[in-house]
Write a protein that binds this ligand. Sequence first.
Ligand SMILES: [Cu+2]
Length: 154
Amino acid sequence: MRMVLYQTLAALVIIIVFSAASVAGSDKVLIEDAWSRASIGTSRPGVAYMKIRNTGDVAVTLKGISTDVALKPQIHRTSTNNQGVSSMAQVGEIEIVPGETVTLEPGGLHAMLMGLQRIMKEGESFFMTLAFSDGGEVAVEIPILSIAARGPES
Ligand SMILES: [Cu+2]
């Protein structure tokens, strides 16, 4: 009995040390000004925007996002060519150096919520989890603004 307890404690200590080391960096990430837009239905993807600020002193790398409102949330980047044609492509990992802020905003980087699981209703909110390469995760509550919203204060 006593032996089992010691083994359990030893395992706990290892896990604690491990997780403290593995989230060095992303524990200093701040998410600000998160917002999203209401959707008409669920057939088209939803979208979410935010500022991701690295307040720490080591670089962090955003690996991916997850949320229960969408089956396939992805980070996309919209770019416009010199003919004025916009297109968007999935972005891989995003490195954020110390002191830097990466902004997800209309016309640029955005969280594209593919496979919406429910209608996004104005006035409600949902949670998104950002996963970083150091093993840390940051959860953010994202308010759903009007279907015509262009920014967090509109
Ligand atoms: Cu997109």
